[in-house]
Design a binder for this molecule. Structure first.
Ligand code: SAH
Length: 222
């Protein structure tokens, strides 16, 4: 991809992105590593060109197939919650719901390896192209049912689920390393909460970061 396309101009430029990051800071995001990665990640490349001028507004946007790229504030919040309390990069992080690939691109510099699963094949393909164009080589994508996790690469120090379910899928809970975290929107439509669950020697310690609205975690491939 051409440097000029990655860099963007006007509403897709680094300056516009810096304004978004300043806003995230005002909204209470204080993890400098996360803010730096978001400052450097061209979100405009993860959405359709027709919407690119809105890439650095703090909103979720449609990415086709009835799905959305998450709101930047939510990406920042989830990433910071996943990494909090660690002195070193987590070796392996799993994302369920690749979507556009943006959350994956934000995680890539902050983890040893990022694994991400998407159930809609066309979205998985597009995300793969984008992440390759940005030269992110520590990312592995799979078209599949993320509720089953990715057993060959487990356990994960971090798992982030970017689609909502009534409860954490059991296979995903099992694939969190002891001391690792799982961040996920849990609950029925209209009453989802962003949960942070830390795996202890026995069981999980959970807390809610408040109400959120995510697309549903679905079964079956598309
Ligand atoms: N992280 C994404 C947000 C995508 S929205 C981004 O940064 O753009 C949630 C995504 O989860 C959708 O693309 C949806 O297709 C996907 N999804 C829903 N159920 C899934 C499942 N069981 N396994 C994998 N992906 C799933």
């Amino acid at each position: 991809m051409k440097r000029s396309v990655i860099d963007g101009i006007g509403m897709t430029s680094a300056r516009t992105r810096a304004r978004l990051v300043a806003r995230l800071r005002d909204m209470g995001i204080d993890d400098e590593a996360v803010l730096t990665v978001m400052l450097n990640t061209p979100r405009h490349l993860f959405i359709e060109e027709a919407l690119a001028s809105r890439a650095y507004e703090d909103n979720a946007l449609p990415i086709g197939f009835g799905q959305t790229i998450s709101q930047p504030y939510m990406v920042a919040r989830m990433t910071a919650a996943l990494l909090a309390g660690r002195s070193e990069k987590p070796a392996r992080v799993l994302e369920v719901g690749t979507g556009s690939g943006y959350q994956c691109a934000v995680l890539a510099p902050l983890a040893g390896r990022v694994y991400s699963i998407e159930r809609i094949e066309r979205l998985a393909e597009r995300a793969r192209e984008r992440l390759a164009a940005l030269g992110l080589r520590n990312v592995r994508l799979k078209h599949g049912n993320g509720s089953l996790g990715w057993r060959e690469h487990a356990p994960f120090e971090g798992i982030v689920i970017t689609a909502a379910s009534l409860a954490v899928p059991p296979a995903l809970a099992e694939q969190v390393a002891v001391g690792g975290r799982l961040v996920a929107p849990i609950g029925p439509a209209g009453r989802q909460e962003l949960m942070v669950m830390e795996r202890k020697a026995i069981g999980f310690e959970s807390r809610s970061l408040g109400g959120v609205a995510f697309v549903p975690l679905l079964e079956g491939l598309a």
